[in-house]
Design a protein around this ligand. Structure first.
Ligand code: PEP
Ligand code: MG
Length: 324
């Protein structure tokens, strides 16, 4: 089977009835690029930049960050690279920032919330990204967006730094798509409004599921509630995809669900444009999608959205997508 998949490295990902979707990779460092190329990744759909900040005792400088972003953009040779700005807090701590302990870190001062308050940290990252932007096809994405005002504030800071760099004579790419992670239910519900202002969505199901089901993604005792195929999750995903398409934007997914063989038929049917997953899952996902009819998966998804439990959805997917 592995040998069969290997033949697909340079193939496009097209459903049996001719619809193309993009299979992208999630990475944490420039060292992960080799795996992306070897596994036929069509893009980097999520570059988790927090690893630049972790495992050290001070913040990375603008130049250090610039070198990493440039390496990834150049390594992908003009293919899209979605870089997510700092998503620290929650399960990821930075000892040197000395943030107060919180009762509910997953609901606390993290990611974009921290970046909008600690603006020096954020501006440094934005400058490094903007400087790197002329070396490839950069798209910037903000994590943990809960309100439109957060997106507008983050975008305003980016525009400010862009103007600063330009006046300093630094070359910045003309067009940088600007998107958000949809991983908080408020944002999924209000996706039609967000879609008017963002260039793309990337659905972060790892968090979206935990926040929708109120089940800590790290807690074994409540893992039975962590249900990617729950119709409530599918409906949120549908709202996000439909909202994007209505405004002529694209919608991707970078949570674990995007690489899951039971979820893929549903996501194809719901109209997802980009699936971002660990590089090692790409060839298997491509081989699966080549054998799925998008039209049939649309019918499956339509039915799943009207179901009431995870179990029903799983049964229906197994039958329709010929999973064992
Ligand atoms: C997510 O929440 O789905 C996601 C991709 O981000 P992370 O796993 O880094 O929180
Ligand atoms: Mg997340």
């Amino acid at each position: 089977q592995k040998a069969e998949w290997a033949k697909l490295v340079n193939e496009q990902t097209v459903s049996s009835d001719g619809v193309h979707v993009e299979l992208a990779a999630n990475i944490g460092t420039p060292n992960d690029l080799e795996g992306v190329i070897n596994n036929g990744g069509e893009a980097v759909g999520l570059y988790r930049t927090e690893f630049l900040y972790m495992g050290r005792d001070q913040l990375p400088t603008e130049d250090e960050q610039f070198e990493s972003y440039k390496a990834v953009l150049e390594g992908m040779k003009g293919k899209p690279v979605v870089v997510r700005t700092l998503d620290i807090g929650g399960d990821k701590e930075l000892p040197y920032l000395d943030l107060p302990k919180e009762m509910n870190p997953f609901l606390g001062f993290r990611a974009i919330r921290l970046c909008l308050e600690e603006q020096d940290i954020f501006r440094t990252q934005l400058r490094a990204l903007l400087r790197a932007s002329s070396y490839g096809n950069l798209k910037i994405m903000f994590p943990m967006i809960a309100t439109l005002n957060e997106f507008r504030s983050a975008k305003a800071l980016l525009e400010e730094e862009k103007a600063n760099l330009t006046s300093e004579g630094v070359k910045v790419a003309e067009k940088i798509e600007l998107g958000i992670m949809v991983e908080i239910p408020s944002t999924a519900v209000l996706a039609d409004q967000f879609a008017k202002e963002v260039d793309f969505f990337s659905i972060g199901t790892n968090d979206l599921i935990q926040y929708t089901m109120a089940a800590d993604r790290m807690n074994e005792r409540v893992s039975y509630l962590y249900q990617p195929y729950n119709p409530s999750i599918l409906r949120l995903v549908k709202m996000v995809i439909d909202a994007a398409h209505k405004e002529g934007k694209w919608a991707g997914m970078c949570g674990e669900m995007a690489g899951d063989e039971t979820a893929i038929p549903l996501l194809l049917g719901l109209g997802l444009d980009e699936f971002s997953m660990s590089a090692t899952s790409i060839l298997k996902a491509r081989s699966q999608i080549l054998n799925l009819s998008k039209a049939e998966m649309e019918e499956l998804a339509e039915k799943a959205l009207q179901m009431s439990t995870t179990e029903e959805v799983m049964e229906a997917v197994k039958a329709a997508a010929k999973l064992s």
